[in-house]
Design a protein around this ligand. Structure first.
Ligand code: ATP
Length: 480
């Protein structure tokens, strides 16, 4: 693109004016660089942050900017990185002095020295992230684009400014970033770059798990996550982070019987669910819902391929996977485990939708029944239009039945209608096994539909059950 480009209109936020004034006060040349410029040209909506590079001290500039702003926002200084940050009018502004970087083999943290704007653009990961706009009042909005980033933006290409082999080896996180940007922006990674990622894949080992997971989250949260996972697989990176998914790859055939490729099936499920939810953890559940299939796969002449108990095995694998990736072992993980564990339940009942099966499903899924249904609907990847329609129709029936049962029986947040205390009081007994037996029997009777989910019916049932266990009520029975 030879047009002498100017993006003055990108600098409407009042902060740019202040930065220009502060730069003039300190006699510095300053530029807005990176994601802000890229996303402005791509019209990607309101920016979250602004990166400023100045040929001089970024920290001094940040302090001067704060001085000029009416409310003098606090400047956070990151001495080790020579950067500073302040927040103003809902936006984070990061300041850095232009720098030159050189890398040692064992670390992604470079040795840094002061440099020119061009040096600073050289250290940027991709041509589309090296675009800078001048903030100087003489030429505001002038585009400084030494690596034809604008052309790459228009052609939707991810390209490194310098030799990709060196760029990725220096900081292997960039491999994840390349794939993440390709996924988020729907761009293509230029071929030598892609080859360089494949070549340097082993270098990912020097990147912390937290950083890797951060990028995986961003891939998972994009519109079509499969793009990223296919690239991670193709370049060999996926094996370093999620070998459980690699184990799902491939189709086996014995005596003419084949099973589906569970890796590509999984990616389809993730794309499907992404059309219906932005919940990161539900998307994780979709990604992991079949991981138990690799270790449970068996072939028998009678029934062909089976994956018995894969949901249970898979839910156990979730814990190990989260632990290995240093992901939180909290309620989010438990949610993913629950989704994996229950991922076949709606399918199993959908061919014979009885009240009791639906009650049990709602009881076991509790608050997450909606999420579970969303997962199961996304799991329908058949290419046979008749089957596709039929399966969706079956789930519709399950959903209808869920509403009916819920209206009548209120199972979703099941609270036992007769408490342990009431059982102890009625039979005048201390905490004991019998209480558990009676409570369980009441719950079962409600789920089976033998009694309604109401106190009176449950109380009567308790008396009967107590009698069977040799207990008798010690006080006059409560009036019903
Ligand atoms: P997003 O906010 O969507 O992640 P971004 O481009 O703003 O996009 P940041 O991580 O905030 O991403 O980085 C800001 C800029 O810093 C990038 O645009 C890029 O120029 C540069 N950058 C970030 N990480 C690296 C890296 N690992 N190697 C080289 N340059 C990087």
């Amino acid at each position: 693109m030879s047009e002498a480009s100017n993006y003055k209109e990108a600098l409407q936020h009042p902060i740019f004016n202040t930065i220009a004034k502060a730069s003039a006060n300190l006699k510095l040349n300053s530029y807005v660089i990176g994601g802000f410029v890229r996303d402005y040209i791509l019209q990607r909506g309101t920016p979250k942050d602004i990166d400023i590079v100045t040929v001089g001290s970024g920290i001094a500039l940040a302090k001067e900017v704060s001085k000029l702003l009416p409310n003098h926002p606090k400047v956070q200084v990151f001495k080790t990185y020579g950067t500073a940050m302040l927040k103003t009018e809902g936006i984070e502004v990061e300041f850095v002095g232009a720098r030159k970087e050189s890398y040692a083999a064992h670390s992604r943290n470079p040795v840094v020295e002061n440099g020119t704007l061009e040096d600073d653009q050289n250290r940027r990961d991709f041509s589309i992230n090296a675009l800078a706009l001048n903030l100087a009042p003489e030429n505001p909005g002038e585009l400084l684009d030494p690596f034809k980033g604008l052309e790459d933006l228009k052609a939707k290409i991810i390209r490194t400014p310098l030799d990709p082999d060196i760029t990725y080896s220096d900081d292997p996180l960039r491999m994840m970033r390349a794939i993440r940007f390709a996924t988020q922006l729907n761009f293509r990674i230029e071929e030598t770059s892609l080859n360089a990622i494949t070549k340097n894949k082993d270098r990912i080992k020097i990147i912390t798990k937290e950083r890797i997971v951060d990028e995986l989250h961003k891939i998972l949260l994009s519109d079509k996550p499969s793009v990223g996972f296919k690239l991670l697989e193709k370049t060999g990176l996926l094996a370093y982070m999620l070998p459980e998914l690699i184990a799902l790859k491939g189709i086996d055939e014995i005596e003419g019987q084949r099973h589906k490729d569970n890796f590509y099936h999984t990616l389809e499920v993730v794309d499907n669910i992404s059309e219906n939810t932005d919940d990161l953890w539900l998307r994780w559940a979709a990604l992991l819902h079949d991981i138990g299939k690799a270790p449970t796969k068996k072939f028998s002449k009678k029934v062909g391929w089976t994956f018995h108990g894969h949901e249970f095995v898979g839910s156990k694998m979730v814990f190990k996977l989260f632990k290995r990736l240093k992901m939180p072992l909290n309620d989010k993980m438990k949610f993913v485990q629950k989704m994996v564990l229950m991922s076949s339940r709606p399918i199993v009942i959908s061919t014979d939708v009885t009240d009791s099966a639906v009650r049990r499903l709602v009881f076991d899924a509790g608050d997450y029944i909606e999420e579970l249904m969303t997962l199961c609907e996304a799991d329908i990847t058949t290419k046979n239009p008749k089957k596709f329609k039929k399966y969706h129709h079956n789930f519709k029936i399950v959903r209808q039945k869920m509403v009916e049962v819920e209206e009548r029986d209120h199972i979703r947040n099941f609270q036992p209608p007769v408490t342990g205390e009431e059982i102890m009081e009625t039979f005048n007994i201390k905490p004991s096994r019998e209480i558990g037996i009676i409570k369980e029997a009441i719950k079962e009777a409600i789920l089976e539909g033998d009694i309604p989910n109401e106190h009176n019916a449950a109380y009567e049932f308790m008396l009967q059950k107590g009698k069977e266990l040799g207990l008798s009520p010690q006080r006059p029975q409560r009036g019903n």
